[in-house]
Design a binder for this molecule. Sequence first.
Ligand code: DGJ
Length: 732
Amino acid sequence: MDIIWHKSSGQFHLFNDKISYIFAVSPSGELTGIYFGKRIHDKADMSYVQIRVGMPQMAVDPDTESYCMEINRQEYPSFGTTDLGTPAFEIEQANGSKVTSFVYKNHKIIKGKNGITGLPATYADKKEALTIEVELVDSVAEMTLILSYTIFESYAAVVRHAKFVNNGNSTVRLTRALSCCLDLADQNYDWMQFSGAWARERIPEVKHISTGTVMIESKRGISSANQNPFVIVKRPGTDEFYGEAFGFSFVYSGNFVALAEGNNHDRLRIMMGINPVHFEWPLEKDQSFETPEVVMAFTADGLNALSQTYHHLFNNNLVRGKWKNRPRPILNNNWEATFMDFTEEKILKLAKKAKEAGVELFVLDDGWFGERNDDTSSLGDWVENKEKLPEGIKGLASKINALGLDFGFWIEPEMVNINSNLYRKHPDWILSVPGRKPSLGRHQLVLDFTRPEVVDAVYDMLFKVLDGTHVRYIKWDMNRTLTEVYSCAASPEMQGTVYHKYIMGVYSLYERLIAAFPEILFESCSSGGSRFDAGMLYYAPQAWCSDNTDAIDRIGIQYGSSYGYPLVSIGAHVSAVPNQQTGRSVSIKTRANVAYFGTFGYELDLNELSDSEFQEVKKQVAFMKENRELLQFGNFYRLLSPFQNKQTAWMVVSEDKKKAIVGFYCLKANVCALPGFLRLAGLDPDMKYQMEGKTYYGDELMNIGIMLAEFYKSDFSISEDYASFVTVIKAD
Ligand code: DGJ
């Protein structure tokens, strides 16, 4: 890993043994992109890649009139000189002009990586990464722009963000401040996004790129179930095992935009950042603004390799604290078992049975506070309902602890119901526009988390419940999108800052709770998976993946989530049948076979199971305990897509390749079809493995594959709808 600066050509080369990222100071003084991809040799001057033509329509090079920005690649483009593509940023200056031109002034290279105040960010120590901060200035706008790039020793990834500083005396307004731009030299790529809605999150969609713009975004105040802030741009032939692709993951949980713009000179521009819609950030003299960061990854070996880069990078250099790289407790959550209709007695009955099954953590979901018996009241009143919990959370926690289980509970701190003491006392603490009726979502309003006094009040209430109580887990929910985004506490000029300050308020509450209670494992949730993003992982290392707990739908949701997020971050539970969201009935075996490839837990009343099912649950819990390290942190391979096949499969392989676990699922019976073979991946070709009592070489399993007919002989027929198997492969 190194960063080389070639002074004569103004060229920077960031590289490790996997990738090279090269850019240079262009004839216009701005930064031009040279290359991002597989590691290549360093050379002092690669300016030949900058295109010069005899007579461009517009030129910035007064001597030769030959260098035009629009036909070249830009690192962080502005709009309005000779690049009329979509800009990465815009600054409205005192005279009303938005034209800018930031030219290279200086740079510094630091060992490791700096954080970003108030925002989530990847981190690295001095041996793990190098960062270059390039300082550019616009002397007319009197502003400084600092572009920061980090290259890691071990990952095929570069992390980028930008910082703006106003050096002038006049106030300027940032109206667009994206985090990165990657211009590529041709447009022969496909765009892959992860889209959906409530209960069908992160389903991959692929479209071919051409001239014009492909764009996804969130304007919901959360990253959203509708579009995820992670996209892949891949060569058309790239599949899970072969081919080139770039990944872009936004370390941020609010409004975002991601786009690919093909211009008419075969340049492809990919950008990601805070959504400029309703964004406006005034900067007075000496004030600065830092964007969140984007993790840009590259693979030459297919999408599994790209995903593994994100999995490892996020596990090692984004997730923090006690739960970093720690196998997660197997939990039982009462939500689908009781909803809000519970008493302490009922909860203890569930917990007792959970303990008998070997579960480690009991989680009390929504309904424990205020007068919350349905979703019309009490959000904002974080005080125990003594009718349900006579001795409060503390009393229940100690009773659950006495059973030998850890305890955790649910909160939704960003929200308030009209029917709550908090709202009655502070009706102005919500996001709403004066004179307009605020829209409700699930009967609730959104607290104005841009205001420190609001965050303080929520923190104080939660602190009281948590202080001195043995709590090991919190599920932090968020059940509506933001509307009427306006803060009564902010001046008219500051209203464009509200969306971003809101999410910074959320981050600040997380930060304070984490500092006060470092033992707690946070699981983020937003009506299931509506805030499943890299930003959240910095605070909450796992996320409830979806409210859709149907195993068959979950295969697709977990499969889609795995492209950008590690398995250990994917909250996956076994729930009751018929499934509450789809009405489908699937065996307890298949339900667990899906949930193993995530954090694993139960979202049902274990007392309701038949004896034989309960015995099976005990075995499942034991299996998960034995294998969770591998299931949650192993190298994950998608083998067969549920979106293109009637059968689907995935597997994890240990770092030393001595152990692997394969999951295979039949989504739809394929009557009168030969079962065929499932080719595995990631094994050592020369190693001998044991599988189901037989010995195979790694290369056999990867090239011939598992003969699926073998599994007919066990209790499972793979020609049945929803049948599945999970098999462990161990070095001989
Ligand atoms: C939505 C979550 O996704 C569910 O798991 C549950 O916690 C409910 N909220 C509680 O209101």
